[in-house]
Design a protein around this ligand. Structure first.
Ligand SMILES: [Zn+2]
Length: 224
């Protein structure tokens, strides 16, 4: 009886260990985007598509207005409300006649996630990477203050998880201020010599918090 009992115990233990192993290997299950995203489209028109293609051709040598997402780039708006960012991004063109700046997502201070453009539409938010990067703007950072909220950290983590599950081609997550470090990804393309900018958004404390919650999920971050 003792031997049999040990056999059962061994089998149970083996089954349990196998179960733990299987559970540990599972990625954190993500909710679908549609479970929490609020659609709030900015203008998408023939003009914006034309200007987007023009921008992509000039800067990336690609006549396209769509992307295959390979990175997610986090930003702050440097403004006080989601409306101020939304209406800045809304028009198709800038005063200089080039395609207007925008991002696919905008996260309010309470964590509400607005989708401004489809994830696979090319948006102008980060020099060198727009051809392959989804942009997430966070309301805040006025005057360079690192004041993004805990609700925004949670919302960005949730959003990145959902995007990663929907687009397994996504491998990289970086803050706008990490655009130079992120060239190590091999994704940076810029055909216009001298076209660059210095950025501080969304700040190292925000990136550290997001990175901490997404560690071990197969995404590449850069040191803060
Ligand atoms: Zn930015």
């Amino acid at each position: 009886m003792k031997t049999k009992s040990n056999g059962w115990a061994g089998a149970l233990c083996a089954a349990f260990c196998l179960l733990i192993g299987v559970l540990a290997a599972q990625p954190v299950s993500a909710e679908p985007l549609e479970a929490f995203v609020v659609d709030k489209p900015i203008e998408w028109s023939a003009e914006r598509e034309f200007l987007t293609r023009e921008y992509a051709e000039l800067h990336y040598g690609k006549d396209t207005a769509t992307i295959v997402p390979q990175a997610v780039v986090l930003h702050w708006t440097a403004g006080p409300t989601w409306e101020s960012a939304y209406y800045t991004f809304y028009p198709a063109a800038r005063a200089d006649g080039t395609v207007n700046v925008s991002s696919q997502f905008l996260v309010d201070r309470d964590g509400t996630v607005y989708r401004l453009l489809p994830e696979t539409t090319l948006a102008r938010h980060v020099i060198g990477y727009n051809w392959c990067a989804i942009g997430v703007e966070n309301v805040g950072g006025e005057g360079g203050a690192e004041d993004l909220t805990d609700a925004q950290v949670t919302a960005n983590v949730r959003l990145i998880r959902a995007l990663h599950e929907k687009y397994p081609t996504i491998q990289y997550v970086f803050g706008h201020y990490q655009q130079t470090a992120a060239r190590a990804s091999g994704l940076y393309i810029e055909q216009v010599e001298g076209y660059h900018s210095i950025k501080s958004d969304p700040g190292p404390s925000f990136m550290g918090a997001v990175r901490g919650q997404l560690s071990g999920e197969g995404l590449t971050f850069y040191p803060e």
